[in-house]
Design a protein around this ligand. Structure first.
Ligand code: SF4
Length: 177
């Protein structure tokens, strides 16, 4: 699969990523002293499974890493099953290309059906409620991601077809093989 031939198929996904990033930037601006997320704080970096559109986006970024770094990640895939293989020396080596779930971790997400708000307890200490615009409607976000992924899959024919969810260890190598 040639990344240059499919890059235009990532446009909708990249637009969603930008919207999520913009939302998170607004939260950081509103609570500048109450965000503990930083380099080295990696408790959220567990082994992921990804939709194909996310998997190929990440694989495209992985293909651009240095050979040394690729080897480090592949070694980690071989010996580590719990944490994310992209976490090297407690740092995400593909941070700018990280999946959407990684961009939302730690920030207030709203689950409409369960009427529940969740966020990392290390963040927002002392805050007991958020205005609606400070919360990410996670069900709506997931619905958008599913729609974008479906459109992506319909635009690209593969044999065999993509798995519904792709383990990150396989996802990274999709465009390298
Ligand atoms: S992709 Fe990066 S931010 Fe996401 S879980 Fe892996 S190491 Fe962490």
């Amino acid at each position: 699969m040639n990344p240059n031939q499919i890059s235009h198929l990532f446009t909708n996904y990249q637009t969603l990523v930008k919207r999520v990033d913009s939302h998170i930037a607004n939260i950081k601006k509103a609570f500048p002293d109450l965000i503990a997320c930083k380099k080295g704080c990696d408790g959220c970096c567990k082994f992921l499974t990804l939709f194909p559109v996310e998997a190929l986006t990440l694989s495209d970024a992985f293909a651009h890493l240095t050979e040394d770094m690729k080897i480090k990640v592949i070694r980690k895939i071989e010996k580590e099953k719990e944490s994310c293989p992209l976490l090297i020396d407690r740092e995400c080596v593909l941070y700018p290309a990280r999946p959407i779930i990684c961009r939302t971790h730690g920030y207030p997400i709203y689950m409409e059906r369960q009427r529940r708000v969740d966020f990392c307890p290390e963040n927002f200490k002392g805050i007991t409620s958020f205005s609606k615009e400070m919360m990410l409607d996670i069900e709506r976000l997931n619905t958008l991601l599913v729609m974008i992924n479906r459109q992506f899959i319909e635009s690209i024919e593969t044999d065999p077809p993509f798995l519904e969810r792709i383990p990150i260890s396989e996802a990274l190598l999709t465009l390298c093989s």
